[in-house]
Design a protein around this ligand. Structure first.
Ligand SMILES: [Zn+2]
Length: 340
């Protein structure tokens, strides 16, 4: 229990980023004594200390896609500990009192989700990362406590519509592809999102994936995230395609700094962590396609959800305090930042 301005709270965010629910449930992090580990999605700031959870927790819970992806990403999750829960499915926890975990939809990366813990006297929710609240992300309502991700919690983060960004992105690709192949760099999960969007926008250039992304793609394909004309790097087909010099290869964003030095290719980093839509210098470009709600969307979520208490995740956002103050002042919802 944590006392906050006279209110006794049974939810906290730990110093290493775990969202700590009652009943020894830890979401997206680990603390000593965690019996249940819930993973909202595959990004590294949400799989913190997963190795510890694999050893010390009794159950690892996430959507079937997330659990399968974690396995191909190298986490050795024992079969008897894994509990795949699909959207709107629940798990009754084995405790003396009524306690139920339910999974809700979020639009962020394939398999990403939100989670709600229901007990006799309280309902607690955590959004995980999300965008498009109320459209592709369910808004968690009737909660006593809502823990929210506020990556873009500063009022200056208001971005253009995705339609406009995609339009510019596709225009840039078409222009660059006339002269050279392209390397696109993005985070886990975002690579798939970009591949699918580019196909939907009429880009029919072959895509080449390195082994680690190919493995992820194979899992996602099984779940219906299928894309035409995708090839494994160094395969015979990929080698043939490379000779034609008309292709797009994908790599993880973490490789951008050193891989962008390769000549003969245009390099595009796709990231939400940039204010502008498209900027470029020489043969290197940055496209701002975000997986996170912007400021307006965050406020909309909280307005619709109207929890009794809002906890803003200050571990994963630099703007948690700005966002929390805004909510306190403008929505008259009690809001605090954790960890303290
Ligand atoms: Zn994420």
């Amino acid at each position: 229990m944590y006392a906050v301005e006279g209110v006794v709270m049974n939810v906290a965010i730990g110093r290493r980023g775990a969202i700590i629910f009652p009943l020894n449930i830890c979401v997206d992090g680990y603390e000593n004594g965690c019996i249940y580990r819930f993973v909202t999605h595959i990004h590294s700031d949400h799989t913190i200390d997963l190795d510890k959870s694999i050893v010390f927790s009794e159950l690892l819970i996430g959507t079937p896609i997330t659990i399968d992806l974690l396995k191909v990403m190298g986490f050795n999750i024992p079969k008897q500990k894994a509990v795949p829960l699909d959207y709107y499915q629940s798990l009754d926890l084995d405790t003396n009192e009524f306690a139920k975990l339910t999974v809700y939809r979020s639009d962020h990366v394939p398999g990403s989700c939100q989670v709600v813990l229901e007990m006799k006297n309280c309902r607690i929710g955590y959004t995980g990362d999300f965008r498009n609240p109320g459209i592709k992300t369910d808004i968690l309502k009737d909660l006593d406590i809502l823990v929210i991700d506020a990556t873009y919690g500063d009022p200056s983060y208001v971005r253009e519509s995705e339609e406009n960004i995609m339009n510019e992105f596709v225009k840039l690709l078409r222009k660059l592809l006339v002269e050279q192949p392209i390397a696109i760099y993005a985070y886990h999960g975002k690579i798939n999102d970009v591949m699918m969007k580019l196909r939907a926008w009429g880009i029919d250039t072959p895509f080449i994936l390195p082994r680690n992304q190919w493995n992820i793609y194979m899992v996602l394909k099984k779940y219906g995230f299928d894309v035409d004309e995708v090839y494994l790097e160094n395969s015979r087909e990929a080698e043939e395609i490379k000779k034609s010099r008309w292709y797009i290869e994908f790599n993880l964003a973490s490789k951008f700094t050193y891989m962008k030095r390769r000549s003969g290719l245009a390099h595009i980093l796709v990231t939400g962590r940039y204010g502008k839509t498209v900027i470029g210098r020489g043969n290197v470009w940055i496209v701002g396609l975000s997986g996170h709600a912007d400021f307006k969307e965050l406020v909309y979520y909280v307005k619709e959800a109207r929890p009794k208490i809002l906890i803003v995740d200050g571990y994963r956002s630099l703007y948690a305090h700005a966002f929390s103050s805004y909510i306190n002042q403008n929505l008259k919802i009690k809001s605090i930042v954790m960890p303290f």
